[in-house]
Design a protein around this ligand. Sequence first.
Ligand SMILES: C[S@@+](CC[C@H](N)C(=O)[O-])C[C@H]1O[C@@H](n2cnc3c(N)ncnc32)[C@H](O)[C@@H]1O
Length: 214
Amino acid sequence: MNWKRLFSSKPGAQLTPELRARIQTSFDEAARDEEHFPSTIDPRIYHVKLIHHHLGNLAGRRVLDVGCGKGRFARVFQEQEPLAELWGLDISEEMLRYVPAGIHTRAGAMTELPFEDAFFDGAYATESLEHAVEIEKAVSEICRVVKPGGRIAIIDKNAEHWGRLDTPAWEKWFTRKQLERLLRRDCREVSSQFVSYWEDVEPDGLFLAWLAVK
Ligand SMILES: C[S@@+](CC[C@H](N)C(=O)[O-])C[C@H]1O[C@@H](n2cnc3c(N)ncnc32)[C@H](O)[C@@H]1O
């Protein structure tokens, strides 16, 4: 498969101002739906544990949650790592209202991160890159704002399971190889693995975690 074509030449693969406004409005409205867009997550969920394990000890480190939503992952890390400097970025200001005090927030698109190069020690994105539309640009931006040697974790859905869930028109899922290849442009170590919510449940292939060291 030509992964480059898949990401860059699909019709509608540009985050035009109109599409950006549509996505933003959709998530602003979704913020009211606490059942499907919760502001908390059980810290025992493997997605949380895996990201924390990959990022390592966060004391004194600056970490970005990309497409943080209500900041449910950052909320756990704030509790577990009170000395970490946590930041959350999201396109939806309504989502950001739920992010707990003490976590820095920025409204913006992950394809144009409002941070200087190498500002963060690490970054992670959970079920958000799939909404970025311009996937290559978003991955490149995430890598840009992380320091050399910094760690990146991305959890999203597997393109091989496309169709299993209802998705908005702009959403894209990736295969292991597609995202590995994008991350390898800027990162020296890249791996991926299937993940399920609970460590003792065999992954069913829907969720993938990509782990990288810049
Ligand atoms: C399914 S939610 C996941 C939120 C959070 N990562 C979590 O796991 O709870 C997807 C989030 O991505 C945000 N988002 C969508 N497109 C974005 C973009 N281009 N830049 C930044 N955030 C974006 C949405 O506003 C939404 O909060």
